[in-house]
Write a protein that binds this ligand. Structure first.
Ligand SMILES: C[S@@+](CC[C@H](N)C(=O)[O-])C[C@H]1O[C@@H](n2cnc3c(N)ncnc32)[C@H](O)[C@@H]1O
Length: 326
């Protein structure tokens, strides 16, 4: 017997790739029926595009989307949600304490990922629109939304760590599965939630001044042009509408602008937002030294895409603010 049974590890990994593929197949099958496509159409599209250079990027997008099941839909991701959802959901609750009145209120969540935040907002009774432009995230999100509300907790399992072998303390952790969903699905949420596929900067032109609240979670820094994002958030809101933001400033691929936090806030004010005070419990005051912003913007430690067993951690001082459209 070898000291380190490495071939066995490779064989087990191959078997788990096949397990993941069973889940992916369910997602694809649902996508085909949702978009009214046949498998033959999909396969002929694939063979027509077999020489495209996107396949590596596609593969990594699929892996990222699968990993997002942890953050959004598993007990293992609850520490990420617990660090970010309460300030958002509590703000919505204090804006609209009467559950009956919430039925008339529209909330937009751009960059929704796999949709747990938008789902929780819908479960509070708001008309909720999740928006996301990643086809991969949307296929997985649509599949989740298609599950009947009788779906048992943790009835699915995924092996999300097998694609990245760095920082693993043990092979057992590398190969471990994550069960989901961690919750019974709420019929109210499934009824109140709708997903709009597309680029946030163009998908809502026709819906200017339509939303009571826009919630951005780990989103604004995905912009190539953050000024455009802030403009579009402002445009989507009704006068007096509220923008709730929480997230870092990790500028993504090829941004045209990378303003610092004070610049982002100054731009937001210039566009027509007014920051309002936020509760101390949501984090350290990021601008205690600036009179106009004191007690309004708060930073708190928040993880993203953590593997709790890994030897590495990715976390931010995520910034929380609430701003009203003047
Ligand atoms: C960092 S992730 C955060 C996802 C989710 N809000 C969360 O906190 O788990 C940012 C998401 O925004 C999406 N996104 C980026 N730019 C977008 C755009 N212009 N329109 C819609 N979605 C976008 C990405 O595909 C990605 O899913």
């Amino acid at each position: 017997m070898s000291t380190v049974p490495y071939s066995e590890k490779l064989e087990k990994t191959s078997a788990l790739i096949r397990e993941n593929d069973i889940l992916v197949q369910k997602i694809v099958d649902h996508g085909l029926s949702y978009y009214d496509l046949t498998l033959t159409e999909l396969l002929s599209f694939r063979s027509a595009h077999k020489n495209d250079t996107r396949s590596v990027a596609d593969h990594s997008s699929v892996i990222q989307s699968l990993k997002h099941f942890i953050r959004d839909w598993s007990a293992a991701g609850s520490h990420e949600r617990d660090a970010t959802f309460p300030q958002i959901l509590t703000t919505l609750e204090s804006l609209y304490p009467d559950p009956v009145g919430r039925e008339q209120k529209k909330v937009l969540v751009p960059g929704a990922g796999l949709g747990r935040l938008s789902y929780e907002i819908a479960a509070m009774g708001f008309q909720t629109v999740a928006n996301e432009y990643s086809f991969y995230q949307n296929l997985a999100h649509l599949w989740i939304l298609s599950l009947p509300n009788t779906t048992q907790r943790e009835s699915f399992k995924l092996y999300p760590f097998i694609n990245w072998w760095s920082h693993q303390r043990t092979t057992t952790s590398l190969l471990r599965g994550v069960a989901f969903p961690d919750t019974e699905l709420s019929a109210l949420a499934l009824e109140k939630l709708c997903l709009i596929d597309g680029d946030f900067t163009t998908a809502f032109y026709a819906e200017a001044s339509s939303y009571d609240v826009v919630v951005t979670l780990f989103f604004i820094d995905t912009a190539r042009n953050i000024v455009d994002y802030l403009d579009k958030i402002h445009a989507a809101l009704k006068p007096g509408g509220v923008w709730i933001n929480l997230g870092p400033l990790l500028y993504g691929t090829g941004p045209w602008l990378e303003p610092s936090l004070d610049e982002v806030l100054a731009i937001a004010e210039n566009i027509g937002f007014e920051l309002v005070p936020t509760e101390e419990r949501w984090g350290a005051d990021s601008f205690a030294d600036v009179e106009a912003w004191r007690g309004k913007v708060r930073g708190a430690f928040a993880g993203y895409g953590w593997d709790q067993d890994s030897l590495s951690r990715n976390a931010y001082s995520a910034q929380f603010w609430v701003a009203v459209k003047k």
